[in-house]
Design a protein around this ligand. Structure first.
Ligand code: NAD
Ligand code: DAU
Length: 360
């Protein structure tokens, strides 16, 4: 039997891009484990699911019995754990879901990996790897200067980042205590195709296209460090193949932008590909410029002010560097959304881009 790689969360934004990346770069067989929450959609894997190299298992990573069965059945050579509740605003409304998937689920994946790994012969034990995909949000918020390094102390501020931080600590503990061959990547904000339209970039784009307000939280001066999703996938893959066990690798593109700058660039790109003067949704409202749609709204509670990643370790040790600059990444993204409005419709059955994260 060909070797199998477990990819959890493979029907989500980064997961579906990662599945495509590994599919193109290797001849590995992949087992996609995904619960198909509001954020997970098989349509994001269109085409690839037909391949005999890809198996799809609709399973919750927090389901110990089901996960144990999958390890026994497929005997994976490794695991890339991407499955998570990923949206900060939803974590403010319903933190329990984040505890269950991001902490309990990560623990089940780790513990069942350990039980399985212990049964392997020595040669296979040496090859096995568990890579946990995490976020720069575990480090908290930066002031005007400075960068997150792998040694920056954890200081999470939202239920989302607290749950991701907990999972990172469990990964470390399973390495230190039980010797499970595990490592972690911590990445900054991703953008690109197949991102669910609750996140700033697709939400702003789709709202603008439909002539709806583009909500900007607070003063719009919070800073994020943006990376094109394929570059993140390449970093995860390098770390999975060649990263040192027990280590953490920060991944980021040194692309710091305020949210206002991001929205302005997006709206300019949209104007280029779909001029407002030809957009019936805007014409109907007598709006002649996408920028008129920008609207300042209540800030996100606990809103981290600035993220910025020092990715020198993964650059130095694993020879990773981003392929896409911000300009080309943004243009590709805007075009992708304009060309995939059917995908946007298909994934937005239970959510219509309403404001989240103000409830509790
Ligand atoms: P996403 O919300 O788009 O996708 C998450 C996927 O996980 C979905 O397919 C969903 O169905 C699945 N899932 C959720 N709960 C599950 C469960 N209990 N069992 C099995 N599957 C479940 O998220 P994303 O943006 O692709 O993020 C993927 C990972 O990368 C997450 O761990 C996130 O913390 C991390 N990350 C994201 C970013 C970013 O900018 N999006 C940056 C750094 C790290
Ligand atoms: O830094 C990595 C993290 O990036 C990942 O771990 C998370 O999974 C991912 O969701 C992302 O978190 P953010 O909270 O930074 O992403 P989001 O797209 O929700 O918001 C980006 C910025 O834009 C943030 O400062 C809040 C702001 N924002 C967001 C939305 C949805 C707005 O101003 N308006 C909006 O409508």
């Amino acid at each position: 039997m060909k070797q199998s790689l477990f990819i959890t969360g493979g029907a989500g934004f980064i997961g579906s891009n990662f599945v495509r990346y590994v599919f193109q770069k290797t001849d590995l067989r992949m087992v996609i484990i995904d619960k198909l929450t509001y954020a997970g959609h098989k349509v994001s894997l269109a085409g690839i699911l037909k391949s005999p190299r890809v198996k799809f298992e609709k399973v919750d990573i927090a389901d110990t019995v089901a996960i144990r069965r999958l390890y026994q059945r497929y005997k994976p050579v490794g695991v890339v754990n991407l499955a998570a509740e990923s949206h900060v605003d939803r974590s403010i409304d319903s933190p329990g879901d984040f505890i269950e998937t991001n902490i309990v689920g990560a623990h089940v994946m780790l513990d069942q990996a350990l039980q399985f790994w212990k049964t392997l012969p020595r040669a296979k034990q040496k090859k096995f790897r568990f890579l946990h995909v995490s976020t720069d949000e575990v480090y908290g918020s930066l002031g005007k200067t400075g960068l997150f390094k792998e040694t920056t102390p954890y200081s999470p501020n939202s239920p989302y980042s607290a749950s991701k931080a907990s999972a990172d600590h469990l990964v470390r503990a399973y390495y230190e205590t039980y010797g499970l061959p595990a490592l972690i990547t911590n990445c900054s904000n991703n953008y690109g195709p197949y991102q669910f339209p609750e996140k700033l970039i697709p939400l702003a784009l789709l709202n603008a296209m439909e002539g709806k307000n583009v909500p900007i939280y607070g003063d719009g001066l919070n800073v994020r460090d943006w990376l094109y999703v394929e570059d993140h996938c390449a970093g995860i893959w390098q770390a999975f193949r060649r990263g040192r066990l027990g280590e953490k690798y920060n991944i980021g593109g040194r692309n710091e932008r305020t949210n206002l700058e991001v929205v302005d660039r997006l709206l300019d790109a949209l104007e280029e590909f779909y001029p407002a003067a030809r957009n019936p949704a805007l014409l109907r409202k007598g709006i002649c410029c996408y920028h008129e749609l920008k609207t300042f709204v209540h800030d996100r509670p606990g809103h981290d002010r600035r993220y910025a990643i020092d990715a020198s370790k993964i650059r130095r040790e694993l020879n990773w560097k981003p392929k896409y600059d911000y300009e080309s990444g943004i243009r590709r993204t805007v075009r992708w959304y304009l060309e995939h409005l059917d995908w946007c419709r298909a994934v937005q059955t239970t959510y219509q881009r309403e404001r989240l994260g103000l409830k509790k």
